[in-house]
Design a protein around this ligand. Structure first.
Ligand code: ADP
Length: 492
């Protein structure tokens, strides 16, 4: 009989790409500087990566501008842009195992997640947008008088894309897919914690045949490389995923050049369980919705609202599931929880656990470091959480669940909306009316009913309120990379 326990531990792959990619050439930083990327499971260095700065950003933007204005990209048929995106997806598929292992090495996420989520979703997203490349068009508009008026959807231009470390590859696909389908050129700055898969995807993009300057990658830090990209007058748009506090800085820095901005930020998403729910599914959804990816999801269901009458049973079952998570070597296919991405995140999460205790919440399980090597944290569940506690208000971005009780639907809607975030929400119930009332009343960009974390490249994702501006994925995501041009011709 074949069981998962027989699967072999995966070997970490060699690291191939550690330099800056500009004009399809690999370069050292102009300053010659490098930074170390760390394996979060062992705290050991993986590789030295070129540390891009303002001068490298300037070169990358120049290359992207040239490719946008003059290069073969600017003259390429839309259908051929789609073919290149498909070719890139094919090459990722051909190198599936290597990329999954590289993601696990750099980020620490379990290999089973890299294999079942990150890499397949990356491929799917690129293919989805490949299909859009030749389907972006304007309208003909019936105006008054003897005129013929139509619109064109043109690429917004050179785009700066700044991404986080929680889904490093997938964030590349969410950003490159729509930008390249629309005909933009890109300068990407991957997160300093996880530059490796992005750089390898850059190498595959060259192999796929993207012309020089279309895709440029400048690894480096936010306040230097990231900020230079945001300020650069020749960048037309910034697409950013990360913390709202960083987005506030970006908005300020982008003001002098009035760049187009799209943001996908954090959340404190309510996950609401009514007494009439399928409890097996709701318990599984509560666990997955919070602990998936070590709790490092912007849409994590970190406020678990449980109806009073089922509270005790539900909590007991959620705690059992939390305790059954398998922490350890992320290269072991049986591992379900890896380390947090770095020491800073580890320290921040541990300080929130401390705060939760001080504020009077009850820690039912976890609450400690796991092991003595790597940034592992035990799956942690807090009960008796109240709305004013910091652990109920702030985004913790770790494996820490907050359980809150509620009595009726009006109360839970009001409390669910008591946050400046508005990224996602979920509701578990067999009552269609309750499900629709929650779906309509909770101010969030995505509402899941009897499921959690269901993503599809075709379905828009993004935030209300301080969880973001604009939507990624689907046709909505594509529109963020186009400008509408109105053309009016006299018919006399
Ligand atoms: P996190 O705390 O999850 O790392 P951040 O918002 O700090 O979230 O980082 C997300 C991305 O934004 C990273 O690529 C980071 O380097 C970049 N970044 C951080 N600060 C700035 C900044 N001032 N300007 C531009 N990019 C930044």
């Amino acid at each position: 009989m074949s069981t998962t326990t027989e699967q072999a531990v995966v070997t970490p792959p060699p690291v191939r790409c550690t330099k800056i990619l500009i004009d399809n050439e690999w370069r050292d930083a102009v300053s010659g500087k490098t930074f170390t990327t760390i394996n979060p499971a062992t705290e050991e260095p993986i590789a030295e990566v070129a540390e891009g700065d303002e001068e490298d950003i300037n070169l990358a933007v120049q290359a992207a501008r040239r490719a946008f204005e003059e290069g073969p990209w600017s003259r390429m048929d839309a259908r051929d842009r789609g073919r290149l995106l498909n070719r890139l997806a094919d090459l990722i598929e051909e190198n599936f195992d290597e990329l999954a292992a590289l993601e696990t090495l750099d980020n620490g996420k379990p290999i089973r997640d890299s294999r079942t989520a990150d890499v397949p979703l990356t491929i799917d997203c690129l293919r989805y947008y490949a299909g859009w490349a030749d389907k972006i068009h304007g309208d003909t508009i019936p105006v008054r008088g003897k005129y013929f008026t139509y619109t064109r959807r043109e690429p917004v231009g050179v785009v700066g894309q700044i991404i986080p470390w929680n889904f490093p590859m997938l964030m590349v696909a969410w950003k490159w897919g729509p930008a390249l389908a629309a005909g933009c050129t890109v300068v990407m700055k991957p997160a300093e914690q996880t530059p490796l898969t992005c750089l390898r995807m850059g190498e595959l993009a060259i192999e796929a045949g993207f012309p020089p300057g279309v895709i440029n990658i400048v690894p480096g830090f936010g306040p230097t490389a990231g900020a230079a990209l945001v300020r650069h007058p020749d960048v037309d748009k910034i697409a950013f995923t990360g913390e709202y506090t960083t987005a506030q800085i970006i908005m300020r820095e982008a003001a002098p050049t009035l760049k187009r901005l799209s943001f996908e930020l954090g959340g404190k998403s309510p996950n609401i369980v009514f007494a009439d729910a399928d409890l097996d599914a709701a318990v599984a959804g509560a666990e997955f919705g919070l602990f998936f990816n070590q709790g490092q999801c912007c849409c994590a269901g970190s406020r678990l609202f449980v109806e009073d009458s089922i509270h005790d049973e539900f909590v007991q079952r959620v705690v059992e599931r939390a305790r059954s998570r398998r922490l350890g070597n992320p290269f072991d296919p049986n591992t379900t929880q890896g380390p947090q991405v770095d020491k800073a995140q580890f320290d921040k999460i541990m300080s929130y656990i401390e705060k939760g205790r001080e504020e009077g919440a009850t820690c039912l399980t976890g609450g400690k470091r796991f092991g003595d090597r790597g940034y592992f944290i035990e799956p942690t569940v807090f009960d008796d959480v109240t709305d004013e506690m910091a652990i109920a208000k702030d985004e913790i971005f770790g494996p820490v669940m907050q359980i809150l009780r509620f009595k009726d639907i009006d109360e839970v809607i009001r409390r669910a909306n008591q946050t400046f975030y508005g990224l996602a929400a979920a509701v578990w119930t067999r009552d269609v009316t309750k499900a629709h009332r929650i779906a309509n009343s909770v101010r969030a960009g995505t509402v899941w009913v009897n499921c959690y974390d269901v993503f599809d490249a075709a379905a828009p994702f993004g935030g209300f309120k301080m969880s973001g501006i604009g939507r990624e994925l689907g046709e909505e995501g594509l529109k963020l990379y186009t400008e509408v041009k109105t053309v009016t011709m006299s018919l006399e």
